[in-house]
Structure formats: structure tokens, C-alpha cells
Design a binder for this molecule. Structure first.
Ligand SMILES: [Ca+2]
Length: 506
């Protein structure tokens, strides 16, 4: 890895305080920020991350961002579902602070967010594509967004000035349409002012509908199975086996064919996996091609050097691991977000970052690149210094996670919170709806899970009750309480949580 080449001001910033940063960056050309986010794109389906699918569907354009910049190996979502993750990314806050807990919540337009901060700092701000936060986007000079989940084919998009309308139809596949509109937004941007463009693809969200030109891709391929495709959940806690998100729960719309009746479970799972994965990967092919077009635009316009380009997804996703599709859970495939960033002035090509990052860190990162200190109300922390090879000594050593949408009708995931550090993960399924929108008020008895990610990276054996892990387990419990205190998520508003803690925590 070659050494960092940065100009004097930048080095002072990296080593100095936020105030110095703001001063120094006021005197130089601030970078544009192009934030590209897909919906449900798992890192297992990005070839830069390796794994069983890398040779089946390479993603050379997305990989290029990592090759020319940095790839994060430990970037995690704080609440693994679309609307809450998008709320966390925009506000730099956990769900209990921004009010977006579940798919049923909306982001209050009056709530502070990073687009407002960047706009106030002189950036032009744009969002294109999937929004999914219910209310009119606030803080954006321009938006053109899908209503709700949006359509794959000939999508409707609602442009700024026409909020409340049904939107205007755009011919083509949503991935192509959204990339076109993002390029147009960059074309229109005033070159005297830095731009912040969020390009949010709808793909590869369920029900995985690729562009016409990719429909026959991989037709004759056999997609490699994960070795835990046939997981029977014996090694997990009591709720994993009750989830409604196994291959056998995929429906006719998902698989685009009728579902054979009476197949043995294993056979059904393997059959559905092939169909599911092929459509999923066909959607990824469209994204990769369009990421290539976005990068080419920056190259052609001479903007590549002074633009921070990020590629990520709103959460991870199961691609047949444990037999599942979907997300929501704190297991690795769902918790991990792909994240790569290119900024040639400052990030050495080929950087790998193992520090623990969270989606609430993205907003502070954008602001840091813009030369603005993150406001006090943001709970995340910029990892700009980490990317440049200077990880702060006091960087976090564990992360806090919480999923609120208890027992939702479609997937039946038990509400839980937990902690993950570089080696262990501890999850407390507290099993209460707590009045959350879309949660179902069917309390279940709390349960614990713990995984040793070094000995068991696929999370096949719950070691919560292992005597040899008891000391580590109790330390994690203490640290989990500390994280809840740090982030102000101590359940004071929910009396039932107090009795649950007394009865089940220790
Ligand atoms: Ca999503």
C-alpha cells in the first residue's frame, strides 16, 4: 500500500481538532460527495468482498471504488431494515433519537439531518431514487424520488415541487432511470459550489425484477450454495426456527413461477434458492453497470479527483445463508453493510479498514469531508482519519444494535438488542412490541444468544450457556448496558422492560 500523499492543510486536519478542520477547509476546494446506495445489496454479492458468488457474478465497477479507495470489512447497520437505516444515515442518530423505529415510521421534516447541515455549509444537495421516509424530503435543493417502495419497471418519481402528486412515469428499468437522473443532477450542478448527491437504487429489493437485458443472464448457471443453506436451527436460540424468511417462504411473485407442492424441505429450499439467487444477481448486474456509468461521468468531466464516491446498501441481506432471505436480524449477513469509498486525494488505493463503523457515522463523515464539525446531536463519529490510515486510539471497540419491529406479520422476527465486538456477539431477544408501528403485540419470553465469531464465523452454535464463555458473556452484558447508557436507549419509557431486565438480564 503506498503512503498517503496529502497537502499540508489536510494533514493538519487529520491530526488536529475539528475547529482547525473547519478553518483549513474553508480555504480550499471542498470535495463533491456522490453517495450511491442500493437497497438490500449484501456484501456477499460484491466480488471485492470475495466469497462464493465472486466468480459467478463479478461486480467490476463497484469493485473499482474499493480498488481505487477503501473497503470497510466491519461496517454495520444499527437497525437492519430500510426506513430506520435511511433515517439513521440522514440524521447520524439511532432510531430512538430520530423517531424512525420501524417501517411504519416517518422522518419528521422538522428533524435536523445531514442534508440540511450540508446545505447550510454551502453544498448543493440532491436525492434521487428510493427515499422511503414517508414525509417530503427536507434539506434537499432538489429531489426526484420513488413513492414508497417504487416500481421496478417504468417507475413513477416525484420531483421537488410536486410532492403530494402521484409522480411522473419514467420509461425504463428503475436502476437505469435513477442513474440517468443522478447524472443529470450532477450535470446541472453549479461548478462553483460543491455537490452532495444521494443516488439511491431500488434494486435489488424483493421481488428481484431485473432489466430486460439481464433476464437470461446465468440461465444455465448453477449458483453455489452456502454451506449452511439447510440449517435446521438446532444450534440457535428458540426464535430462529420460527422466522418466516426461509427459501420455502418465497412465493410465486418472488420466484416468477408456480410453487411445487409437497417437495421435501431440503429439496424445496435448494430449488427456490437457485431461482431467487439468479434474479437477485441479475438485479446486481444492472447496478454494477450503472455504477460504471456514474464513475465514467466523473472521469469524463474531470471530477473524479475532487469527488468522494461511496457505495453502500441500506443493510445487509441473507443470500441463502441459514436458508434465509431478508434482513432484520443481528446475524452477520444482515448486520454487515457493504461500504467502499474513493477519494484519491486522501485515501490510499486498496485500503482495507477493519475498525468498527456504523451507519450513524456516515453523516459525520460527509460533514468532515465538507470541513464542518458534526453537531452535538449526531451520535455517530466520522471515520475520515481511519480511512486515511490514522485510526484514533479511542475508536469504538464494540457496537450497539436494536431491532424494534416485533413479530411483524410477514417475517415474525422477535424484537432484540445486542452488542458485537471484533470477536463476540451477544443478542437479547426481549420479545415486546412496545407500541411500535407494524410490531404485533404478542410478547414472547426473552431469550439470549451468543456467538464466538472467531471459532464459529457462520454463527451455527449458540454458546450463551457454555460454562467456558460465562466470564466473557457477563463482561459483554455489562458493556451492553454501558452502550445503552451511552446512546440514551435505556427503556425508561417502557415499564415492562424494567421487569424483563430484572427477571431475565442477569
Ligand atoms: Ca433495504
Amino acid at each position: 500500500m503506498h503512503r498517503l500523499k496529502i497537502i499540508k492543510h489536510s494533514r493538519a486536519c487529520l491530526l488536529g481538532a475539528g475547529l482547525l478542520c473547519a478553518t483549513a477547509y474553508g480555504q480550499q476546494k471542498r470535495p463533491n460527495i456522490l453517495f450511491i446506495m442500493a437497497d438490500d445489496h449484501a456484501s456477499q454479492a460484491i466480488s471485492a468482498y470475495g466469497g462464493r458468488l465472486a466468480g459467478v457474478l463479478p461486480t467490476p465497477n463497484i469493485d473499482r471504488i474499493a480498488a481505487e479507495g477503501a473497503r470497510l470489512r466491519n461496517c454495520f447497520v444499527t437497525n437492519s431494515i430500510s426506513t430506520p437505516s435511511r433515517g439513521a444515515i440522514l440524521t447520524g442518530q439511532y432510531s430512538h433519537c430520530n423517531g424512525v423505529y420501524t417501517l411504519g415510521d416517518q422522518l419528521d421534516p422538522a428533524h435536523p439531518n445531514v442534508a440540511k447541515e450540508l446545505s447550510g455549509a454551502g453544498y448543493s444537495t440532491t436525492i434521487i431514487g428510493k427515499w422511503h421516509l414517508g414525509t417530503e424530503p427536507a434539506g434537499f435543493d432538489y429531489y426526484n424520488v420513488l413513492p414508497g417502495q417504487g416500481r421496478y419497471y417504468n417507475p413513477l418519481l416525484i420531483e421537488k415541487g410536486s410532492w403530494g402528486s402521484g409522480g411522473k412515469e419514467h420509461e425504463g428499468h428503475s436502476t437505469d432511470v435513477i442513474a440517468n437522473l443522478a447524472i443529470q443532477a450532477m450535470e446541472k450542478a453549479n461548478r462553483d459550489q460543491p455537490f452532495f448527491v444521494m443516488c439511491h437504487f431500488k434494486a435489488p429489493h424483493r421481488s428481484w425484477e431485473p432489466a430486460e437485458r439481464f433476464k437470461d443472464l446465468l440461465a444455465d448457471a448453477v449458483i453455489p450454495e452456502p454451506d449452511n443453506l439447510l440449517d435446521d436451527y438446532d444450534g440457535k436460540g428458540r426464535y430462529a426456527g420460527l422466522l418466516q424468511m426461509s427459501m420455502e417462504h418465497l412465493n410465486q411473485r418472488d420466484l416468477k413461477t408456480s410453487i411445487p407442492q409437497g417437495l421435501p424441505r431440503e429439496e424445496h429450499r435448494r430449488w427456490a434458492y437457485q431461482l431467487y439467487m439468479k434474479d437477485y444477481l441479475r438485479c446486481i448486474a444492472g447496478i454494477d453497470e450503472n455504477v460504471g456509468r456514474l464513475l465514467k461521468y466523473l472521469d469524463d468531466e474531470g471530477l473524479a479527483e475532487n469527488t468522494v464516491v461511496i457505495y453502500t446498501a441500506d443493510q445487509g441481506f441473507f443470500l441463502g445463508e441459514h436458508g434465509w432471505f431478508d434482513k432484520r436480524l443481528m446475524y452477520e449477513e444482515s448486520l454487515r453493510m457493504p461500504f467502499m469509498v474513493r477519494y484519491p486525494k486522501e485515501i490510499p488505493a486498496g485500503t482495507l479498514m477493519d475498525d468498527l463503523a456504523l451507519n450513524i457515522d456516515f453523516a459525520p463523515l460527509f460533514l468532515d469531508y465538507a470541513g464542518v464539525s458534526a453537531p452535538q446531536w449526531m451520535q455517530g463519529r466520522s471515520f475520515r482519519q481511519n480511512l486515511a490510515g490514522h485510526s484514533p486510539d479511542d475508536w469504538r471497540r464494540s457496537v450497539y444494535y436494536r431491532y424494534w419491529m416485533h413479530a411483524d406479520g410477514a417475517h415474525n422476527v422477535t424484537a432484540h438488542y445486542g452488542i458485537r465486538n471484533h470477536r463476540y456477539k451477544l443478542i437479547f431477544y426481549y420479545g415486546q412490541a412496545l407500541g411500535m408501528k407494524g410490531a404485533v403485540d404478542k410478547p414472547v419470553e426473552p431469550d439470549w444468544e451468543m456467538y464466538d465469531l472467531m471459532e464459529d464465523p457462520k454463527e451455527m452454535r449458540n454458546v450463551y450457556n457454555d460454562a467456558s464463555k460465562a466470564e466473557i458473556r457477563d463482561k459483554l452484558k455489562t458493556e451492553l448496558l454501558q452502550l445503552k447508557r451511552l446512546y440514551g436507549d435505556e427503556d425508561a419509557a417502557y415499564p415492562q422492560m424494567k421487569s424483563i431486565a430484572q427477571q431475565y438480564y442477569w
